[in-house]
Design a protein around this ligand. Structure first.
Ligand code: GDP
Length: 369
């Protein structure tokens, strides 16, 4: 008798009628102990993990339903792609529910960085985007840094409510939730060691010991991130895996930097100054004269200039050019969603241009570090 039974894995009500819906298990599998649904069973035993993502419309619908609940909303963003992964309209959908901002991947920044400064910066930027948050926590899900702060913030802000976890794709939501399952939830021990959530069809319910749930929602796809427009084979080069070594270049106006074959930075006008690249160190950097850059790209992209390869470039939109002016007396980053940023170190003012695949978000922002 399946009635009133829930899956020990995801908490869905068990049923034997519709295979495509949550909680399905074949009648024959009732002997299992603990009783888990077919989907959890597969994830557990075969690590069958099809990443599931939804588009903006579906996602907004889902967000709308969060507003009708009484819950804590945990929004995970990627520090390395902050503007690309922030869901700026989130507060409208969360309504009166508090939002806790968890900023992941801090392991990518150099150790010398002042975390308080980063937190202030994050708070400031979120506010600029109209996002009011109850707290900002920095962590690295992968390297297990700051996870105790995440748990403390959950405890402090949850107040006996359910927790909704929302985020864009690739921010590390699955990695973080796996940690939460291990440290915080009531899930059966055996299950918790499997490659469990983040890779789910719809929201997944992870039981907590007070009868409430952590609800993992699908990752939202933002098409204006470089990570979404390159072939999977190039992602490992594009996404930094360990601490970034910032690269400093002293440039004169009229000089260009190729960032692999994926983007190009031109220093068009301004006094000699230095620029610091915060991008994956797996990308090859090539400095050249601006006047030679177009020809060089035509002749050597995908080869001497480095990845992506010619074949990969076929699948990537061609470049558009962004012209951006830096006012004297300000400290700025030229931010390219999914790629990283170029810190402009002087406050002398400059005119710079960035060539990047069409559709990718390129903006000038206040310096993060
Ligand atoms: P999801 O799509 O949001 O569920 O993200 P995943 O958990 O699948 O992670 C996406 C990518 O980011 C993977 O390559 C992870 O290894 C990587 N990642 C996740 N957390 C961290 C982190 O704290 N630091 C770094 N450097 N990478 C991370």
């Amino acid at each position: 008798n399946l009635q009133h039974n829930t899956c020990a894995g995801c908490g869905a009500a068990l049923q034997s009628e519709k295979q495509s819906e949550p909680g399905y298990l074949p009648v024959a599998a009732l002997e299992r102990s603990p009783i888990i649904c077919q989907r959890c069973f597969r994830i557990k035993h075969y690590n069958e993990a099809a990443s599931v993502v939804i588009d903006q419309d579906q996602f907004l619908q889902l967000l709308g339903s969060i507003g009708e609940t009484d819950s804590l909303v945990v929004h995970i963003v990627d520090l390395f792609d902050f503007e690309g992964s922030l869901i700026s309209g989130l507060h409208r959908f969360a309504r009166n529910n508090p939002i806790l901002l968890v900023v992941n991947k801090i392991d990518l920044l150099p150790k010398s960085i002042n975390y308080n400064r980063i937190r202030n910066w994050v708070q400031q930027q979120a506010k600029l985007q109209g996002l009011r948050v109850v707290d900002v926590v920095l962590c690295s899900a992968k390297r297990n840094i700051g996870f105790d702060h995440v748990i403390t913030a959950l405890d402090r802000n949850r107040d006996g409510r359910d927790v909704y976890i929302v985020g864009a794709t690739n921010v590390g939501k699955s990695t973080l939730i796996n940690r939460i399952i291990n440290d915080y939830s009531d899930l059966d021990n055996e299950l918790t060691t499997s490659q469990y959530p983040g890779t789910t069809l719809d929201a997944v319910y992870i039981p907590l010991d007070d009868g409430k749930f952590i609800i993992d929602t699908p990752g939202i796809v933002y098409a204006n991130r470089l990570t979404e427009v390159v072939p999977a084979s190039f992602l490992a080069t594009l996404l930094p895996d360990k601490m970034i070594k910032p690269l400093v270049y002293q440039l004169n106006a009229g000089q260009s930097l190729f960032l692999g074959s994926i983007a190009r930075f031109d220093f068009v006008e301004g006094k000699r100054q230095s620029f610091t690249l915060y991008i994956s160190n797996a990308l090859h950097i090539h400095r050249t004269k601006l006047e030679r850059a177009d020809q060089l790209y035509a002749d050597h992209r995908g080869e001497m200039l480095g990845r992506p390869s010619l074949a990969e470039l076929e699948e990537i939109p061609t470049w558009t050019r962004h012209s951006l002016r830096v006012k004297p007396g300000t400290q700025n980053d030229l931010f390219v969603s999914g790629l990283g940023w170029i810190q402009i170190n002087s406050d002398l003012g400059a005119l710079v241009e960035l060539h990047a695949p069409k559709g990718v978000k390129v903006i000038m922002r206040d310096s993060m570090v």
